[in-house]
Design a binder for this molecule. Structure first.
Ligand code: FES
Ligand code: FES
Length: 168
């Protein structure tokens, strides 16, 4: 079986994996990072989105062997210091999804947030249309998307004000 070495949420994992193993199954079943969800079997829903070398990727559309040598961030590694237990450590997107009611069942939320991290890295001040366009690969069955767009807009404002504050 092929060997892989991949850094996930700040931890390096070295494993032998079956060549056909999907990366999402590696994350969930082998590593136990079940915050990354599986919401479809058609590569449509985006619930499985992670950052692969800083770009969003659907982890159900790639093999574990394709992650070899990469730096991966999942929803579980997004908070500062991986401190998911403390709201002060949350990423601004995590906070905004909470304050703007951007989730109901929460199933799509890990993927929405990870796709939004990539979106805001590319475009720190998106219009609502640009947010909708950037998230069109992620499906939500609950919210009607209004509050998701508001959450991303609020997080973008917060991230811009932090950047401006750091520059002064
Ligand atoms: S589980 Fe990956 S796109 Fe739906
Ligand atoms: S909050 Fe339920 S699927 Fe999006």
């Amino acid at each position: 079986m092929p060997r892989i070495s991949v850094r996930i949420d700040g931890v390096t994992y070295e494993d032998e994996v079956e060549a056909r193993l999907l990366f999402v199954h590696y994350l969930r079943d082998k590593i136990g990072l079940t915050g990354t969800n599986i919401g479809c079997d058609t590569s449509n829903c985006g619930a499985c989105t992670v950052l692969l070398d800083d770009h969003s990727a659907k982890s159900c559309t790639m093999l574990a062997v394709q992650a070899d040598g990469s730096e991966v961030t999942t929803i579980q590694g997004l908070a500062a210091g991986n401190g998911a237990g403390s709201a002060e450590d949350w990423h601004p997107l995590q906070t905004a999804f909470h304050t703007e009611h951007g989730l109901q069942c929460g199933y799509c939320t890990p993927g929405m947030i990870m796709a939004s991290v990539d979106l805001l890295a590319e475009n720190p001040d998106p219009t609502d249309d640009e947010i909708r366009h950037g998230l069109e690969g992620n499906l939500c069955r609950c919210t009607g998307y209004q509050n998701i767009v508001a959450s991303v807009r609020t997080a973008a404002q917060e991230m811009r004000s932090r950047t401006e504050g750091a520059q002064q």
